[in-house]
Ligand binder design. Structure first.
Ligand code: ZN
Length: 53
């Protein structure tokens, strides 16, 4: 089974991934990097905060 991962902030469709995946992706709209984990049918999205000057 594949899941569509969507950015929580802007709703941008990021990618399709299957259960057990762990992917690092960049949202072009929010310009934010995030880590997507799919575990037991649950999609967990964590933002990776990069230091910017
Ligand atoms: Zn976004």
């Amino acid at each position: 089974m594949t899941y569509y991962t969507v950015c929580h902030d802007c709703g941008y469709k990021l990618l399709k991934a299957s259960d057990g995946s762990e992917i690092e992706i960049y949202c072009p709209k929010c310009k934010v990097k995030m880590l997507i984990e799919i575990k037991d049918g649950k999609i967990i999205i964590q933002k990776i905060l990069a230091d910017k000057t």
